[in-house]
Ligand binder design. Structure first.
Ligand SMILES: NC(=O)C1=CN([C@@H]2O[C@H](COP(=O)(O)OP(=O)(O)OC[C@H]3O[C@@H](n4cnc5c(N)ncnc54)[C@H](O)[C@@H]3O)[C@@H](O)[C@H]2O)C=CC1
Ligand SMILES: N[C@@H](CCC(=O)N[C@@H](CSC=O)C(=O)NCC(=O)O)C(=O)O
Ligand SMILES: [Zn+2]
Ligand SMILES: [Zn+2]
Length: 377
């Protein structure tokens, strides 16, 4: 029997409370309303931002909720007026929407979209400001407009990228967040030129994708900085040419990098979410032109600081969301690049588990040996 127009009951990992283990529950998923798409999620990866919200540090965190935002699946059904995708299409849900109509989308200056952000920030859908998830009548909040830790999810039509049907969903799910963020931070946000010296703080998936982006942009030196020296072995495969562990030095890390580079780097990237490191990343940039890009997400209440003189003397401080990629337009292009072997994806996948093992997957993520763990739904 067709599920179109019906409530679907399926398995989902529910975050009932801050930091309490996720619970696999039978969740009711309502049919999509006008402008909405219901997706059968086949594979989802875990991103550190899921752990960040689960930890209670996200000012937008709401509980109970269904986390997850790096996934791939197949459209099960669409609501009234949805023309962008249809049942059977292979898709990647996009936490950063792209409506192509709002002030942001039309500005040509940003990949941020204003169409549904107010609703996704408070865990509901735009149409009626309600959730499509419930357990025996109790609503469960959405997360980042994606909620991919569920076998079925409902997203806005402006938050879904249609991709090539032959792309392996167990791999390209990673193109929903971490890998594009790192590549785009280099290609779109910083626009690193050939010959540049680059410093990357934090060599997790995002930092390694920055390294890959820097290598393809022709950077002459890519300096990786991490407090875990084991990271260097893997990082070399992604383009890191030199490694520094701040724990092995007495001087501030910015001074070490400035001394190594005749005055500082051309570009630096903070891929941790630590506001002290953000300062170091800015201050290791070359006077006159060095640009530092904040990629990491810092906890609620945290603030960045530096002497204004750092900016007066020409350093530039910037940030990036999803690597400044326009999601619906450019995620399919990234999938094509992966299919042509022009960008890495498989190399970031260190573990594969099932949805039922999601708590183990989070433990692995905190362990240091894991880049991305892909869950089969
Ligand atoms: N702006 C955006 O659009 C996005 C931001 N993010 C954020 O990017 C950050 C990185 O994500 P992942 O790579 O998945 O995280 P990760 O936890 O895998 O990597 C962080 C790395 O930083 C290292 N590290 C920790 N403290 C350090 C310190 N004080 N100095 C040097 N290295 C240190 C760790 O050893 C680890 O290798 C997170 O904050 C995440 O929330 C993730 C995706 C998109
Ligand atoms: N709710 C969080 C927002 C944290 C944040 O900056 N998120 C990134 C994506 S992180 C992905 O893994 C982002 O793109 N932000 C732009 C946006 O529109 O949310 C908080 O308030 O800290
Ligand atoms: Zn993410
Ligand atoms: Zn828009």
């Amino acid at each position: 029997m067709s599920s179109v127009g019906q409530v679907i009951t399926c398995k989902a990992a529910v975050a009932w409370e801050v930091n309490k283990p996720l619970v696999i529950e039978d969740v009711q998923v309502d049919p999509p309303q006008a402008g909405e798409v219901r997706i059968k999620i086949l594979f989802t990866a875990l991103c550190h931002t899921d752990a960040y919200t689960w930890s209670g540090k996200d000012p937008e965190g709401l509980f109970p909720c269904i986390l997850g935002h790096e996934a791939a699946g197949i459209v099960e059904s669409v609501g009234e007026g949805v023309a962008e995708v249809q049942s059977g299409d292979h898709v990647i849900p996009c936490y950063q929407a792209e409506c192509k109509e709002c002030k942001f989308c039309k500005s040509g200056k940003t990949n941020l979209c204003g169409k549904v952000r107010a609703a996704t920030g408070v865990g509901v859908m735009m149409a009626d400001k309600k959730s499509r998830f419930s357990i025996n009548g109790k609503p469960i909040f959405h997360f980042m407009g994606t909620s991919t830790f569920s076998q079925y999810t409902v997203v806005h039509n402006v938050s879904v990228a249609k991709i090539a049907p032959n792309a392996p969903l167990d791999k390209v799910c990673l193109l929903g967040c971490g890998v594009p963020t790192g590549l785009g931070a280099v290609w779109n946000t910083a626009k690193v030129e050939s010959g540049s010296i680059v410093a990357i703080f934090g060599l997790g998936t995002v930092g390694l994708a920055v390294a890959e982006g820097a290598k393809t942009a022709g950077a002459s030196r890519v300096i990786g900085i991490d407090i875990d020296s084991r990271k260097f072995v893997t990082a070399q495969k992604f383009g890191v040419t030199e490694f520094v562990n701040p724990k092995e030095h007495d001087k501030p890390i910015q001074q070490i990098i400035v001394d190594m580079t005749d005055g500082g780097v051309d570009y630096s990237f903070e891929c941790i979410g630590n506001v002290s490191v953000m300062r170091a990343a800015l201050e290791c940039c070359h006077k006159g032109w060095g640009t530092s890009v904040i990629v990491g997400v810092a906890a609620s209440g945290q603030e960045i600081s530096t002497r204004p003189f750092q900016l007066v003397t020409g350093r530039v401080w910037r940030g990036t969301a999803f690597g400044d990629f326009k999601s619906r337009s450019q995620v399919p292009w990234l999938v094509e690049k992966y299919m042509k072997k022009e960008i890495k994806v498989d190399e970031y996948i260190t573990h594969n588990l099932n949805l039922a093992e999601i708590n183990k997957a989070f433990d692995l993520m905190h362990g240091g040996d894991c880049l991305r763990c892909v869950l089969k739904m």
